[in-house]
Write a protein that binds this ligand. Structure first.
Ligand code: SF4
Length: 482
């Protein structure tokens, strides 16, 4: 492997050593600038997916679609948005878990069928859709992409129901998995959230227009007001007669993803009606009580460790300092000088402030450790900047199991906490001490009832059955070592 290739790989490690959200959705009904506001909504949701984006708009009779690879700001310009006239629109930003990386996979998907034109975009994962897809393919069905979302569209297209709004619940009742979905037809916007409510979906108001988004930060940018969350199992239809809500999906115990509060969502969002910033602050305070450290400064691993660090500092009385500075403009590839620089891969993204760190005992706060490789490089870098001691504190419990509900996670074998004890991880990342927040502490900090939360990646108690492939992998990984 050549030098440049080697360094490219290191950088992706730096960028990727986190669980990753795959998608963000945004929709609007009843505004003359629907496509432009959707563009802004997606802009605010960009952190939920950077691989591709797309918008479908309806002018009341025709649906038009524009999709592109890359970031929203680069993919859309004024003339592209001018090709999307109409008062209703839905949009999507995507980072894939299921499906390939290509423009064919970019959402929204738009089809024409017996019910007319229908577009859909989806945040979540439908693990059993692959079985249904294989069945449909054997029957001669044609798919344009590998994504599981298309299976739902096929179901709607084939439904004998008299309208799209009747066909959607008919199909979703048979669909297992995590979905916060938006559908657009020529004259209606339909939102549906799975009965367990795995992924968030918020409802807002902008004048007379209704808006829907994965996170409320998308409302703030366009001056829309948060009204409430779409409830788990709820379907909302918005058309010229207004908004109607129904609960056509079977009632299930709620399983709202708590990782949204730990890491995925923006801190300025409300998720499940609770402030993400507040949750992270409380996680930090609780972490200081559960995992105290004898130290001089609290330093966040930017950006997601910041709110928890402020909480840790407030509780412990140890002063909070921005001891690591993040470069926000890191791409996926770079070229290193031929003479190797130590910690180059991680330093291109984070750089220590030597003046703050030198001679000090540092508490380094991060939101999670996935593979552990990046944490090790950061600890080394802080030590090289002169820290006397480095104490790592994590604002959630050890992540020990993959997610099957729309989050990109490595296999169990690659999760360091699935293989090692806390003490072994401490040694691996070369920290002087390591402490995680307890499960109870984390749940309590979010203010969400433990009976309504999914915490499966921390305790392996999956709220649904998982696919046969996943089960086999799970069983193999849990085989007793003889
Ligand atoms: S398994 Fe973890 S990441 Fe996946 S939905 Fe549950 S809490 Fe969220």
């Amino acid at each position: 492997m050549g030098k440049i290739q080697e360094r490219e790989e290191n950088l992706s490690e730096v960028v990727l050593d986190k669980f990753r959200e795959e998608c963000g959705v945004f929709g609007i009904y009843g505004h003359p600038e629907a496509a432009r506001l959707t563009y802004l909504g997606l802009y605010a949701l960009q952190h939920r997916g950077q691989e591709s984006c797309g918008i479908v708009a309806s002018d009341g009779s025709d649906l038009r679609l524009e999709r592109a690879m890359g970031h929203v700001a680069e993919a859309f310009d004024g003339s592209r948005l001018d090709r999307l006239p109409g008062a209703s629109a839905i949009g999507h930003v995507r980072y894939s878990t299921a499906g390939e990386v290509s423009i064919r996979e970019a959402q929204p998907f738009l089809v024409t069928c017996q019910h007319g034109q229908i577009a859909v975009c989806h945040n979540g994962n439908l693990p059993f859709a692959r079985e249904e897809r294989r069945k449909l393919e054997r029957q001669g069905a044609i798919f344009s992409a590998t994504s599981d979302t298309e299976v739902v569209l096929h179901g709607v297209a084939r439904s004998q129901a008299s309208s799209v709004r009747e066909a959607i619940p008919e199909v979703l009742r048979k669909t297992e998995g995590a979905f916060s979905m938006l559908f657009l037809t020529a004259n209606e916007l339909i939102a549906a959230r799975d009965p367990r409510g795995f992924r968030p979906l918020a409802l807002g108001r902008l004048g007379d227009a209704w808006v829907l988004a994965s996170e409320t930060c998308a409302f703030d940018l366009i001056d829309a007001k948060y009204v409430r969350d779409v409830e788990p199992g709820e379907m909302i239809v918005v058309d010229e007669e207004g908004l109607r809500s129904s609960h056509p999906l079977p009632v299930e115990k709620h399983s709202m993803c708590l990782f949204e509060h730990v890491y995925f969502a923006r801190p300025d969002s409300l998720i499940y009606g609770h402030s993400v910033n507040e949750s992270r602050h409380k996680m930090g305070k609780r972490l200081a009580i559960e995992q105290p450290a004898d130290a001089d400064i609290v330093v966040p691993v930017p950006d997601s460790g910041t709110a928890a660090s402020i909480g840790y500092s407030a509780q412990s009385g140890i002063s909070f300092r921005f001891g690591l500075v993040r470069n926000h403009y890191v791409g996926r590839t770079f070229i290193e000088p031929k003479q190797s620089i130590r910690s180059f891969g991680v330093r291109i993204k984070l750089n220590p402030v030597r003046d703050l760190i030198e001679g000090r005992r540092v508490v380094l706060i991060d939101d999670s450790i996935v593979r552990g490789t990046t944490s090790k490089k950061i600890v080394r870098m802080v030590r090289e900047a002169g820290a006397e001691e480095v104490h790592v504190r994590i604002s959630c419990p050890p992540t020990i199991s993959p997610c099957y509900y729309g989050i990109d996670t490595p296999n169990k074998a690659d999760l360091i906490a699935a293989r090692m004890s806390v003490e072994e991880i401490r040694k691996f990342i070369e920290a002087d001490s390591l402490g995680y927040l307890s499960l109870e502490g984390m749940i309590e900090a979010t203010g969400i009832s433990p009976d309504s939360a999914c915490v499966a990646c921390w305790n392996e108690k999956y709220p649904t059955r998982i696919t046969r492939e996943a089960e086999t992998m799970w069983e193999r990984e849990h085989e007793p070592v003889t």
